[in-house]
Design a protein around this ligand. Sequence first.
Ligand SMILES: C[S@@+](CC[C@H](N)C(=O)[O-])C[C@H]1O[C@@H](n2cnc3c(N)ncnc32)[C@H](O)[C@@H]1O
Length: 296
Amino acid sequence: MTTKIGNLVQGFYNKTPFPDYDLARFNSKEDLSLAAYSFAKILDRSIPENASVIDVGTGTGQLSAFLSLRRECVWGIDFSDSSLKKAKALQEKLGLDSWNLKKVDILDPEQIDAIGKQFDYVLCLGVLHHTGDAYRAFKNIMKLVKPGGHVAIGLYNSYGRLLLKKRIFLAKTIFKNNNAVKDKYIRMQIGEVEDKERARGWWNDQYLHPHETTHTVGEVIDWFTKNGIQFNHTVPSTSLFSESAIDIGGVWSKVENPPSFPVQLYKQLGWIWSTNREGGYWITFGRKPENSSASR
Ligand SMILES: C[S@@+](CC[C@H](N)C(=O)[O-])C[C@H]1O[C@@H](n2cnc3c(N)ncnc32)[C@H](O)[C@@H]1O
């Protein structure tokens, strides 16, 4: 049964699917490749072609559609009918046969079990903080990871999102209905965008969302530990001496010790400013050990 917050969030994404796109722009698989953003390209080049992948909370599915171009088994799951409808329209138009789309509420363990499969790569980017119970959703989706499989979890950081929260407040009060400020704020996060649908989608998702939570690195380390997932690294980095940039070689193979509490605090305080443009978004990478007892 969908929760009260679940209903609210589902209704929001049914009205404003994310990331959204204009179907008319995609007339070939090449158009899909050309439109892929840089992180999607890094994932595409770093995930082996014979690996199975699931994108949890795929929305309108640009990432999972793109990854399916070179792979036999890519799933995209979401609980928004409108988002999945858009994704299916793209699938039919381009004939993306290895892309499986399914309606799943990740807070419902039975719906997760009904998938009946585990994956080499489980991606969940920008989703858990909109569920109303991020840890429960995390725990459920860890059942989808094969022993030895990889995990990427993207979340809003409690420190990194502070300045965006200030902008949300200003946009809802002093600068309400001020399009110049709205454009400036959108440009701050995603730069100059010609694609009006993309800009509108971002605005809705960042400034008008009915429910979001924020999380700390310590919390995620704790989630990983409790579910037998090995912590590998974060982007931006939480290692004291490491570069923040994400590189293809290091996405899945880099293994760093989980940062100590003082280092977590030091790094996250830095994120108030350094991740301000991304709205405090960070990704934690991990792996389920081969001999995991937490696996199904
Ligand atoms: C911000 S969008 C992220 C979309 C995509 N992952 C991306 O990064 O572009 C969040 C997505 O999570 C989905 N979502 C939120 N709660 C969910 C739940 N309980 N079960 C399944 N999907 C959920 C929403 O429908 C929405 O499409």
